[in-house]
Write a new protein. Sequence first.
Length: 181
Amino acid sequence: MTDENTRVAFLATDGYEDSELIEPWRAVSEMGATITMIAPSAGEITGKKGHVQAVDAVAGDASADEFDALVLPGGVVNADHLRMDEASVNFARAFFEQHKPVGVICHGAWILIEAGVVDGRKMTSYPSLRTDLRNAGADWVDEEVVVDQGLVSSRTPDDLPAFNAKLVEEIREGKHSGQVA
């Protein structure tokens, strides 16, 4: 698959951490991928610092079959609302069922806990999610970026350069047999 044929979904809602959407979006865009913004509702979403992003598709209408990878920005409000949206949780879980790369940063990991896909996985997150992830079976570590069979995770906006580099690398590698739900 060439970068120009790569399709990447971003899943977020209001209250996302602006840089955790903007910077990975830029990195994926620079690799030549086509990006689609998915959210629980149509229209637009606004980050906690004011960045406005148009929504291309609603989670309930979107299918992981249409994409090669998923990116989950953080932000407490964003992550908390997404994990309560059944369509968003199902959409995220489907990427694991299809062995596709997923990038998650900061509080974004909450949706993966809800989706039941972190058990046995090595990952990192914002430090306050450490206990949540461990209780869900993840091997939580405090590192700037962790890659586990196509799952790329990072802690905070400070980690974005390392996160973006590994995210692009995993997307280019494609499916990972160990990426499972």
